[in-house]
Design a protein around this ligand. Structure first.
Ligand code: F0G
Length: 470
């Protein structure tokens, strides 16, 4: 594998990277005993979402809302203009999104799923299809609740954890064409493109792919909407891996990519470096009018969208900071460093390493467990027990049930995600994490499965409870 930090340094003709910040304030971490963790895990029904964070040592549950803000962002929080309407912070946010992403009209929302809700309600008609490059949990659910049917059009290799393709997030244009031929362009609400693809392991979409998709969609008058949640990271992979982009900045690449799409929604809790926030950005005035109207019903007035003025300001500043090349390089550098360590110990992870997380291949950890014994949920539980590190299941539990048949979806990928928060942990933490994963891997043969004890109706992975099988 060439995706190691040193290689990144060499590619740029420089020495190793380091975090482009120093630490001004610290938050102590708690270390617990194995006995305490056993108790906490049973109380949480073997679901890491139900653990209290006070019982967690290194928290890799998600990179969502877990970033450390900069001193500039904190200063911006003090400049919150808490007016109900027309807060000055909204105009800062609008300018930042227009400048960095290039879309014309902006609607703030409280977080990503707020934006997904509005756009799904605004554009999906009952019975339409929504092709996308692999599902994301909340995205697909909002598309379904609006009457749509999600159709996976990602390339086949995305479902293979061992495939080394550089752009495993790409859309398979033949699959899109086949769907158009089968149901007709009118039956397609829009193409739902995510960069990077979370459930595929943080895998990027290439510029060539989005350009080709644009050409295909133009033939049929189909819109492309972008889930821009981790587009900064996608831009970095284009810079590193795609011919013709090595000398372009993240800012230039991001803007070019967005220019091939018609609108975007955002969970600003990721790339935009804030603890809460989201937005919609569109180029079409009529769609903007519809979204601006809907936001008042579900989120708040169109100049605050469920957020405080100070949150809008932190987001505007976060956007500028997040498009900085040094920031992205060290952010992904941490992830690659951890991936390289695990790979050097032959621990099965999704390759190539993606932007925001390491995805452990739970099927390869536990070949003796059936998928209905929830191997990725088991792995998350074992990692917590061993070390107090909290990770997340991204397999059969996350995939949920088929709304028509009621049976589980059986995703090919059965993964446990070690998600790295932005600007929060250091290289030494990455070493500790790798050693904990190794200990769990070494004990894999005697590890037992789980069964469901309680299952909620929607997005079950958040609140389901499990028991150990004998
Ligand atoms: N789209 C993607 C690709 C996401 O990863 C998420 C959230 C959302 C949309 C929804 O945004 O949480 O702000 O409402 N992903 C988080 C995660 C929860 O842990 O991967 P949200």
């Amino acid at each position: 594998m060439s995706n190691v930090p040193q290689t990144m340094g060499q590619q740029h003709g420089r020495r190793s990277w380091a975090e482009p910040w120093k630490i001004k304030m610290v938050e102590p971490l708690t270390v617990t005993t194995r006995e305490e963790r056993e108790k906490a895990l049973v109380e949480a029904g073997y679901n890491t979402f139900l653990l209290r964070s006070a019982d967690v040592y290194i928290d890799l549950l998600t990179d969502s809302g877990t970033s450390a803000m900069s001193d500039r962002q904190w200063a911006g929080m003090m400049m919150g203009d808490e007016a109900y309407a027309g807060s000055r912070n909204f105009y800062h946010l609008e300018e930042a999104i227009q400048k960095v992403y290039g879309y014309k009209y902006i609607v703030p929302t409280h977080q990503g799923r707020g934006a997904e809700h509005l756009i799904s309600q605004a554009v999906i008609k009952q019975g339409q299809y929504v092709p996308g490059n692999m599902y994301f949990t909340t995205t697909r659910l909002h598309q379904e609740l609006a009457g749509g049917t999600f159709q996976d059009v990602i390339i086949d290799e995305a479902h293979d954890p061992a495939s080394l393709l550089p752009f495993k997030g790409n859309i398979d244009l033949n699959k899109v064409q086949a769907l158009i031929d089968k149901v007709g362009a009118d039956k397609i609400a829009y193409i739902s493109v995510a960069g990077t693809v979370n459930m595929a392991g943080g895998q990027p979409v290439s510029m060539a792919n989005i350009k080709a998709l644009r050409a295909l969609c133009d033939k049929y008058g189909i819109k492309i909407y972008l889930d821009a949640t981790r587009m900064m990271e996608n831009a970095f992979f284009i810079q590193q891996r795609e011919e013709g982009y090595a000398d372009k900045t993240i800012a230039e690449i991001l803007k070019e990519f967005c220019s091939y799409t018609d609108a975007a929604w955002m969970s600003a809790k990721k790339d935009n470096l804030v603890n809460i926030g989201g937005w919609l950005a569109v180029n079409d005035w009529d769609l903007f009018e519809e979204l601006r109207n809907l936001v008042v019903v579900y989120e708040g007035l169109h100049t605050y969208g469920g957020l405080a003025g100070r949150d809008l300001e932190a987001m505007a500043i976060g956007i500028e900071e997040s498009v900085n090349d040094q920031h992205i390089r060290s952010r992904i550098g941490q992830v690659l460093y951890l991936g390289e360590l695990l790979t050097s110990w032959n621990i099965p992870i999704v390759q190539p390493v993606g932007g925001h997380a390491i995805f452990l291949d739970a099927k390869a950890f536990y070949p003796h467990l059936k998928q209905v014994e929830f191997p990725a949920q088991v792995l998350a539980a074992e990692l917590y027990l061993d070390s107090g590190i909290r990770s997340m299941e991204r397999g059969i539990v996350s995939a949920g049930r088929d709304p028509k048949t009621g049976d589980h979806h059986y995703p090919k990928l059965e993964l446990t995600r070690l998600t790295i928060p932005r600007r929060v942990y250091t290289q030494a933490h990455m070493d500790v994490i790798a050693e904990a994963v190794k200990a769990v891997y070494d004990a894999r043969e005697t590890t037992k499965g789980l069964k469901i004890a309680y299952e909620p109706k929607y997005l079950r992975f958040f609140q389901a409870r499990f028991e150990r099988l004998p």
